[in-house]
Structure formats: structure tokens, C-alpha cells
Design a protein around this ligand. Structure first.
Ligand code: HEC
Length: 163
């Protein structure tokens, strides 16, 4: 009898493990169709054809940029995860942390989080937090002329333009 229970338990466990996705897989399945992982090369070269082409190709801000923006406002992992899990279910203009121009350009994100399980939402949020932890936003920001922009790009570790 005990053996049978053990067998059932191990079968259950195996199926659960097989079904479980990693945060990276959730990103591939649910986010990458719009959010590329890293900013494409042309993105930092404002005013050039390369920049225009990069912007045309993208459907949403690169995930690295999104993660850094959210992290500037919500530094602890708990607060970061809370923001992301909420935003992907209830996106709104009022909540947006990215440059408002991004919303103008791309439109508001669909409530994709509603099609996901609570576990997937947490997984993707934690993945974003961990994956982009060492990045400095500023590497992609080569033209930090104005003070307001500098402030906007300030990101805890590196300041705008700082390598
Ligand atoms: C159909 C395209 C699309 C998909 C799929 C998508 N997003 Fe977005 N997302 C956008 C767009 C467009 C924006 C920029 C406008 C906005 O903030 O709503 C955005 C912005 C965001 C923001 C930033 C909000 C802010 O404060 O500026 C977060 C966080 C985010 N997405 C997370 C995700 C995650 C996580 C996934 C995958 C589970 C995902 N997105 C899938 C289109 C998408």
C-alpha cells in the first residue's frame, strides 16, 4: 500500500515538474513576441536611420529597459514583483513608468497577464528582476544632454552616461 502511494506521489511530482516552466520559458512564450530582450543596436543612435529602423521593428520597449525602469521605482524584489504582476494584468497609462512617449509610440500593452497563472506571473517578474540585475540602463543612453533626462536615466548603480 505504502509503495503504491509512493508511486502515485512520484508520478504526480514528475508531472508537476514537467509542467513547471522557468521564468525564461515564460518570457519566451508570453513576452518575447513584443519585448526583445536587449535594446537593438540602433536604439541608442537617435536621429539616425538605424534608430528609426530599430524603432519600427520593435513592438514594445526591450525587456532590459522595462526592467531597469521598474527597478528604479521599485528597488526591492517584492515591490518589483508586485508592480509587474499587477501591470501585466491591468496595464494603464497612469501606472506607466517608461517614458510616456513609449506608450504613444507602441500603444498600451494588452492585459496579457490575465491569460497566465499566478505562478507564471511571479516567475516572469522574478526572472526580470534577476536577469537584469547587473545592468546599467545608461549603457544604451548615449545622449544625456538634459538634466531631466539624466534624472530619468538615473538607475541606482550607474548614472546616465556613466559606464
Ligand atoms: C502584444 C505585445 C506585448 C506583449 C505580448 C507583452 N507586452 Fe509588455 N508592453 C507592451 C507595450 C506596447 C508596452 C509599452 C506601453 C505600456 O507600458 O503599456 C509594454 C510595457 C510593459 C511594462 C512596462 C510598464 C511601465 O511601467 O512602463 C511591463 C512591466 C511589461 N510590459 C511586462 C510584460 C511582460 C512580463 C510580458 C510577458 C508576460 C509582456 N509585457 C508581454 C506590449 C506587450
Amino acid at each position: 500500500m505504502n509503495k503504491l502511494l509512493l508511486l502515485i506521489a512520484s508520478i504526480l511530482l514528475t508531472t508537476l515538474t514537467l509542467q513547471a516552466q522557468t521564468g525564461a520559458e515564460v518570457f519566451e512564450n508570453k513576452c518575447v513576441s513584443c519585448h526583445v530582450k536587449m535594446p537593438p543596436e540602433g536604439m541608442g543612435q537617435r536621429g539616425t536611420p538605424a534608430h528609426r529602423e530599430a524603432m519600427m521593428k520593435m513592438k514594445a520597449p526591450p525587456m532590459m529597459k522595462v526592467a531597469m525602469k521598474v527597478k528604479m521605482a521599485h528597488q526591492s524584489k517584492e515591490a518589483f514583483v508586485a508592480f509587474v504582476t499587477d501591470y501585466i494584468q491591468n496595464p494603464s497609462k497612469e501606472k506607466v513608468l517608461c517614458n510616456p512617449k513609449a506608450v504613444e509610440h507602441f500603444g498600451l500593452m494588452p492585459a496579457i497577464g490575465k491569460t497566465m497563472t499566478a505562478q507564471e506571473r511571479v516567475q516572469i517578474a522574478e526572472w526580470m528582476y534577476d536577469t537584469f540585475s547587473g545592468q546599467k540602463t545608461c549603457s544604451a543612453c548615449t545622449s544625456c544632454s538634459s538634466e531631466s533626462k539624466k534624472k530619468e536615466m538615473k538607475c541606482g548603480q550607474g548614472k546616465c552616461g556613466g559606464k
